[in-house]
Design a binder for this molecule. Sequence first.
Ligand code: RFL
Length: 391
Amino acid sequence: MGKRFDTGEQFGVVIVGAGPAGLVLGNLLLDRGVDCVILERRGREAVEGRARAGFLAAHSVRVLADNGLDAGVRARGREHGTCLFRSGRGEFTLDYGRLGQGEVHTVYPQQDLVRDLVAEYLRRGGELRFGAEAEEISAGRVRVRGAADVTGRYVAGCDGHRGVARRALTAQGVATARRDHGVSWLAVLAAAPPSLPAVGYALHERGFAGHMARTRTVTRYYLQCPRGTDPAEWDEDRIWAELATRMRTAEFGPLTAGRVLERAVVDLRSDVLQHPGAGRLWLAGDAAGLISPSAAKGANLAVLQAERLARAFEEALAHGDEGRLEGYAADCLPRVWRAHEFSHWMSGLLHGPSGDDAEARYGRALQHARLESLRTSRAHQDHFAENYTGI
Ligand code: RFL
């Protein structure tokens, strides 16, 4: 296939990383006739087997649908419009799909989405090199470990939070804004059907516990744990016993237990690059910023940014007009910050301080006041729904 835009380089865009950001970007670029290549450090099986996110916002589903990438989501995704909160003062359900803008989530495991996006990208004739690790990026040139350099008019850094793209940009002096939320979660993936009809958030003196459906047979659970926890300290019995305590099963009914497939500790941290690109290098997804998983926004921001970046690259390559690329930060950052603000608020809602000193008592009382406001105020519920589902 001839190139639609001849840039004098090997590719119009070299994409580093085959996660949701890189794969959405690659598919959209192919659709717009931009020649690109995706370089992915790991093998196909590892990329397609990595379980992480599961909640797609309505905006993400629209981007997928508008670009012919939603066959799997439509066939196997399930709409989810309620969440419930439990605490020592009882339980309530928020029917957020009927609040705010009336939008819902679609539950679809990230690894299934990645598998769909890889298949579609290859079907569209895209080039994807697995086992190709970028070691350094400079001036449109990507040095690949053990292979020849790859060059592009532009490089899209979609290589996640610890990737080389981010390093290249910060080395150019781009600043970051950062917050450590000071808490960690044991993230558990269990071969167990969901126990609740909704997302469940449990506030407990022993720490937060969460329940999130993934498929009919797999559920994700979260347990707040001390920083530095070794996941090996948590065997299956301990996990299910602690979940039962914090989710107050004695009061609200049992959880359906099952084999633990994966357990990992995630430190809740957020940061945002103040400018997600410059010159020939532009970033999307976790590479451009990390958002704590408390409000399930990470993969959704990745999709949003990939879509914006695809349009900007097309315009730059088709017309030599970099206006949209220059405007990419201004276009994305306000929404990114809205998501961070909500995630931060969620984190404050879910995590109360432990201990029995005056500060801890104050913190826990605030936590309950927040929950009470959400339980009783329709205005607050609408605001919650808009931010919870929106991006
Ligand atoms: P990814 O998915 O990390 O993909 C980056 C890819 O780049 C590759 N790579 C390289 N390739 C070549 N050369 C190099 N030097 C490379 N370095 C890295 C990696 O191998 C990888 O394949 O980033 P991307 O595309 O930006 O996507 C971001 C999302 O994965 C992430 O934000 C979400 O998973 C966050 N997240 C959630 N987001 C949601 O929207 N909804 C959720 O329900 C949700 N749940 C979660 C989550 C993240 C979690 N963890 C593990 C932090 C639940 C958890 C437990």
